[in-house]
Design a protein around this ligand. Structure first.
Ligand SMILES: Nc1ncnc2c1ncn2[C@@H]1O[C@H](COP(=O)(O)OP(=O)(O)OP(=O)(O)O)[C@@H](O)[C@H]1O
Ligand SMILES: [Mg+2]
Length: 260
């Protein structure tokens, strides 16, 4: 039996619409069912829909409470004896959605114009500290590359890049790898997952992945159950065990040494 490493931060990135949120939700299902471990799920996509696909609703986001804090600072409403960072931290704890198998934090959009950088620095630090309380942190990232230039994912251990069979999907994967190097982000592991690939197409993707220097850790097939669950508004966390996508993803997680 392989031992499962603890305190691991995983980010799921890739081009828009390739299946990041779907893969994240299915990973949350498999990882939380496999073993008793504490899991923090972060929806880091401003176009948030991870809660919905997991059958949850979230009304307050980190963006909203950060906006509240910025306004309070501008109006000098913060008593001098309390640090701004501790206020933000307590708000983040309040909006953390707890379930029996994982906790969920939704980043949402930043409010207002420009960057209030001190608050953003607190935020990065609070999220870093928060994730240290969990065995696993799984982040569903925004589409594309912008999150890399903002370095919101600097403490990521495992970066998963999802690609669909389109040329653009793989090109984005290549750019993510290049950009990470340019901004000096060092992931311990960088993996490629092909989503909506047939077994036949896997070999081709493997060769392409080799060319760009990313390890292909497996492919997930198109699965009509996913479409049907989404269409019916059912949670992917309840996807039937017979689902082909779940089956493939379980093997992928084993290869990544995340399964017991
Ligand atoms: N393996 C699959 N089988 C069937 N449908 C899938 C599969 N993967 C993703 N989909 C469907 O494709 C659509 C896009 O998937 P998803 O929302 O996960 O992509 P995304 O990368 O998170 O998109 P965005 O960039 O907008 O956040 C969804 O309708 C989802 O149900
Ligand atoms: Mg998404």
């Amino acid at each position: 039996m392989t031992t499962v490493k603890t305190n691991v931060v995983i980010a799921v990135s890739g081009k828009g619409g390739v299946g990041k949120t779907t893969i994240t939700a299915l990973m949350v299902k498999l990882l939380s069912e496999a073993k008793q471990r504490s899991i923090l799920v972060i929806d880091a996509n401003p176009d948030s829909n991870l809660p919905e696909v997991m059958g949850m609703s979230v009304t307050k986001t980190v963006g909203m409470v950060t906006g509240d804090l910025k306004r309070a600072i501008e109006k000098s409403e913060i008593p001098p004896e309390i640090t701004k960072e501790s206020i933000l931290e307590s708000h983040i704890f309040e909006i953390l959605k707890e379930t029996p198998s994982f906790d969920l934090l939704v980043m949402g959009r930043g409010e207002g114009e420009g960057c209030y950088c001190p608050v953003n620095t607190f935020l990065t630090r609070i999220i870093d500290t928060l994730s240290k309380n969990y065995d696993l942190t799984i982040m569903d990232m925004a589409a594309g590359l912008e999150h890399l230039s903002r370095r919101t994912d600097r403490d990521v251990d495992i970066m998963i890049i999802v690609t669909d069979p389109s040329f653009m999907g793989l090109r984005t994967a290549k750019r993510i790898k290049e950009l990470a190097k340019e901004v000096h982000i060092d992931f311990k592991k960088l993996y490629l997952i092909g989503n909506r690939f047939t077994a036949k197409m896997e070999e081709e993707l493997k060769n392409e992945a080799k060319k760009i220097g990313i390890e292909l850790v497996g492919v997930v097939p198109h699965d009509d159950n996913i479409f049907e669950y989404n269409h019916a508004g059912k949670s992917l966390l309840n996807l039937s065990q017979g689902s082909t996508a779940l089956h493939s993803l379980r093997h992928i997680l084993e290869r990544m040494e995340l399964m017991p």
